[in-house]
Design a protein around this ligand. Structure first.
Ligand code: URA
Length: 199
């Protein structure tokens, strides 16, 4: 096992040991920590696990996940190439939006996850995920536009992250206009990654 993977496993155990969001933990089946290679160059961040994710213990395995997989295939990537996680790591009851305090308590663990993985690009899925990093921005105004931001004092090697805000695939799934916008934004990922690697 690589050092990064070992550190990710330790972080997962720490979330359990720290008893993060005990109320959510009580109603959820299990912790959905994240999935993918610890060496991934791209990390995707959603909101919180849904019903299927809660059952299987893996992120994005329901309808939104299927759509995401199709878009990855479109840019010649697969789930094995990327790391994927959520801000909140337990399913909120009845799929309600996560409460602000739930996002706040999980944020340091998410930042630690990024510090371990050291991705070149962070793709935020939906407004909750975007606003964790860039609280002042509106997803409808900035989707598809990479933003370089400082994550101050969180131990990230580069200190800055490139964030690509995308619409959430669950929101776009049944909304024709948003769906096409998400597909078009997704198609920009290879060029954005190339630009980062060359800079
Ligand atoms: N929606 C999310 O935000 N995350 C998942 O894991 C599944 C659906």
């Amino acid at each position: 096992m690589t050092t990064k993977q070992k550190r990710l496993d330790e972080l997962k155990q720490r979330i359990l040991a720290d008893k993060v969001c005990p109320e959510l933990a009580k109603t959820a089946t299990q912790l959905v920590f994240g999935e993918g290679p610890a060496s991934a160059k791209i990390v995707f961040i959603g909101e919180a696990p849904g019903k299927k994710e809660d059952e299987l213990g893996k992120p994005f395995v329901g309808a939104a996940g299927k759509f995401l997989n199709d878009m990855l295939e479109m840019i010649e990537l697969s789930r094995e190439d990327i790391y994927i996680t959520n801000i909140v790591k337990y399913r909120p009851p009845n799929n309600r939006d996560p409460f602000p305090e739930e996002k706040t308590v999980f944020l340091p663990y998410l930042l630690k996850q990024l510090e371990i993985i050291q991705p070149l690009l962070v793709v935020t899925l939906g407004r909750h995920s975007l606003n964790c990093f860039l609280p002042e921005l509106s997803i409808s105004a900035v989707h598809g536009q990479p933003k370089r931001t400082k994550v101050v004092g969180k131990g990230l090697k580069s200190e800055t992250l490139v964030i690509l805000p995308l619409f959430h695939p669950a929101a776009a799934l049944y909304n024709g206009g948003m769906r096409q916008t998400l597909i078009d934004d997704f198609a920009k990922i290879p060029a954005i990654l190339k630009r980062i690697q060359e800079s």
